[in-house]
Ligand binder design. Structure first.
Ligand SMILES: [Zn+2]
Length: 292
């Protein structure tokens, strides 16, 4: 493992994923070091990994988890994807005990959103919706320049808006969520081959079924973001995540759904995220620096 370089006063941000864990070191708002490692087999091992990354110069740690957390206690509540049993795990206290620095534990999509809001595609905007297209579909809401959190760090889950009540089962227990159509596995399932980037390539080469699968993904996302805009109000949506490379192929259907609701929600800009795969780790570092 490569240990981070940096000077005293830097902030460590870690984005724990189902397979990979990304980290960044922020000096001010600048990334001075970053890396990616395989996600360890369980939460205890993950805490040891992060503690090793932190020593000895960081002043705070932010950890993004792909699920719901209790920010007040730093406890993982519903984190189904990374290896091991995370639910109920006191990540914040454990990591703080190992490192001696303040730790913030946050949802990964909210971390992505904070980074894109303060430093990325939504810089200068205050009322914004976010969607993160990956294996899952995460989301977040910013109002008046603040990312909404809620009691389980679960506000803004646009990926779990129902678009087909009779659709495929979703990991959340519901059926026909946006995630079942616009997440990577859903796109691959609908097309019958993968990965999602290959479906996008097929669509660009003129494969009509691939075009249709991605249009349906955009349609589902547009319904969710349009409904979210009806609930919260927003000037823009920012779309990122590994599958968002196909945003151009989803964009027309997405914009059509937003446009259908124009009388209600006004004109909404669709902006690609700009910070890339490190956005979640950058946002986690920013939250860590806020010390809760
Ligand atoms: Zn769902």
């Amino acid at each position: 493992m490569t240990r981070p370089t940096g000077r005293a006063g830097t902030r460590l941000g870690v984005d724990v994923g189902g397979t990979d864990t990304k980290w960044v070191l922020l000096d001010g708002d600048t990334v001075v070091d970053s890396g990616t490692v395989a996600t360890p087999p369980g939460p205890d091992e993950t805490m040891k990994l992060v503690a090793a990354l932190a020593a000895p110069h960081v002043e705070s740690i932010g950890m993004g988890l792909p699920g719901h957390v209790d920010r007040d206690t730093g406890t993982a509540l519903f984190v189904p994807n990374p290896p091991g049993d995370w639910d109920g795990y006191p990540a914040g206290p454990r990591l703080s005990a190992l490192t001696g620095v303040p730790v913030a534990v946050v949802n990964d999509a909210r971390a992505f959103a904070l980074a894109e809001l303060l430093l990325g595609a939504a810089r200068g905007l205050s009322d914004v919706l976010f969607a993160v297209l990956g294996t899952g579909v995460g989301g977040a809401v910013a109002l008046r320049g603040e990312i909404l959190v809620g009691p389980r760090d679960n506000v803004g889950e646009v990926g779990h808006v129902t678009v087909d009540p009779w659709g495929s089962p979703c990991c959340c227990g519901n059926r026909g969520c946006v995630e079942t159509l616009a997440g990577g596995p859903g796109i691959v399932r609908a097309f019958g081959a993968g990965p999602a980037s290959a479906v996008a390539a097929a669509a660009r080469a003129g494969d009509e079924r691939a075009v249709s699968v991605l249009a349906k993904a955009g349609w589902a996302l547009g319904i969710a973001l349009g409904d979210a805009a009806s609930l919260f109000g927003a000037r823009a949506v920012v779309v990122g995540g590994g599958v968002s490379g196909a945003l151009d192929l989803m964009g027309a259907a997405l914009r059509e759904e937003l446009g259908r609701r124009r009388a209600l929600i006004g004109d909404i800009a669709v902006l690609p995220a700009v910070l890339g795969p490190r956005a979640g780790a950058i946002g986690a570092a920013l939250y860590g620096g806020r010390s809760g």
